[in-house]
Design a protein. Sequence first.
Length: 171
Amino acid sequence: MSTSEAAGEIAAAGVTLDEIVEGTEAVFPERVAPAIAAVPTCTARVVSIEGKTRRASILPRGAKVPASAEIAPEVDLEVIEDARANGDAVLVELCAGEPPRIIAALRSRRPRELRLDGEKITIQATKEVLLRSGSGAFRIQESGDVELVGGRINAVSRGLFRLVGRLVRLN
């Protein structure tokens, strides 16, 4: 269920935030908002990651000496490795009696290179998808029209190469 769907159900039921929070004092004695606000955070740079141990050496902003930190279980190690490689900051949660914990990677500038890795990657648009580099482009439009533009276009097949169309025009 999305956040907006949940909010809609709560609004439809006529429930207020105070009613939702009521009775949670045993778990969150300071109520929800103050409890969340009471968790201090800082930013840091990742110096190194200690193998697959979910620990990293970080340099908190303004510090001169690195510190050891845990990587929160919900954070992918690859995300933190990317932050280390790109020099991006990470958000570190500081709870009394516990080691610092990396809870997010922060991006503060546009990447020079965008890399997508995954078992399946889907790019979806309601009107148009356009991939462009220099004077070359690949466009897929809502109508189903596909356009490929380039100075020189090569198509290679190691097996059967089929070109099917109601009408095929060459030159």
